[in-house]
Design a protein around this ligand. Structure first.
Ligand code: BGC
Length: 286
């Protein structure tokens, strides 16, 4: 494909001087899968940093509303919007509703994701399609709508140096193979090159695209890996830093990556994993 780039050369940006607590003041964010876990923590962190936030959810309206209340309590606006990210029409409706309510979208956090684990020979096509549908196709559909809106609006210098930010929540399993989780690892490996390819294509429009790759974070998705002392000890063998991560730590990384403090950070997978990707098996041998 021959991609036509018709942008004029944009000036060097004026880098932010705003207080670090309100790094995202005036920005509008959509966080997918934000009623629990990492998505919820990211949504609260963005709200705390001054962004107005759409809490996307597919189930658990009460939890989504509760997260909205917390954000409003901190002084930002928040709305809960139900949409299945794997469904094109629902994603498009969510973006339309966001733009109606908030005027635009400055930040998309592509967080919605799930696991459906099985030994490979037992992995059903339904489990494969479900995980690829939400974790990879869902990120594609949301990112495409975001890029359309960012290009339509362009840079508003008083809001941000960039025309928009996409933050994909990937996983250490975009590089660590994972037996028994082939569908999940394939989806995250796909997110890696999707993110980088989008980043390459939209950079001239001053749209920033990055990923966070969490390691083991204390959320419901991996509860069996940390909720008993024996399981936790096993887990620590995989983590050089010798502790599990907390969802708020991903929230903080997300605020920074979505802010103008990270304006020159583009196309990057930021591992927030306590060193899980450092081949911990080699700590004592090799
Ligand atoms: C998975 C978790 C797992 C972690 C580290 C994440 O992407 O969702 O279940 O604990 O990777 O293996």
């Amino acid at each position: 494909m021959n991609v036509q780039v018709t942008h004029a050369h944009l000036p060097q940006p004026v880098l932010p001087s705003c207080p670090v607590q309100k790094l995202l003041r005036g920005q509008k964010a959509i966080v997918t899968g934000a009623s629990s876990g990492i998505g919820r923590a990211i949504a609260l962190a963005l709200g705390n940093a001054g962004a107005d936030v759409v809490i996307n959810y597919v189930a658990g309206e009460d939890k989504a509303e509760e997260a909205c209340d917390q954000i409003r309590h901190g002084g930002s606006r928040a709305i809960a919007l139900r949409a299945d990210v794997a469904d094109e029409a629902q994603v498009q409706a969510m973006f339309r509703q966001t733009i109606e309510r908030f005027g635009t979208v400055d930040i998309l956090v592509n967080n919605a994701g799930l696991q459906q684990d099985a030994n490979f020979e037992d992995l059903s096509l339904a489990q494969w399609n479900k995980v690829i549908g939400v974790n990879l196709t869902g990120q594609f559909l949301c990112a495409r709508e975001a890029v359309r809106e960012f290009k339509r609006r362009g840079v508003q210098a008083e809001i941000s140096c960039s025309a928009g930010k996409i933050l994909c929540i990937s996983s250490v399993h975009e590089v660590i193979p994972w037996a028994g989780h082939v569908n999940y690892a394939a989806s995250k490996g796909g997110v890696m090159l999707m993110m980088k390819s989008i980043a390459q294509e939209v950079a001239p429009y001053r749209i920033r695209v990055n990923s966070i790759c969490p390691g083991a974070i204390r959320t419901p998705i991996n509860m069996q890996a940390w909720d008993t002392p024996a399981a936790y000890d096993e887990l620590l063998k995989l983590i050089p830093y010798k502790r599990i991560g907390e969802p708020e730590e991903i929230g903080r990384a997300a605020v920074w990556l979505c802010s103008d403090y990270a304006d020159y950070v583009h196309g990057v997978s930021l591992f927030v994993d306590g060193g899980m990707t450092l081949y911990p098996g080699f700590e004592t041998g090799g």
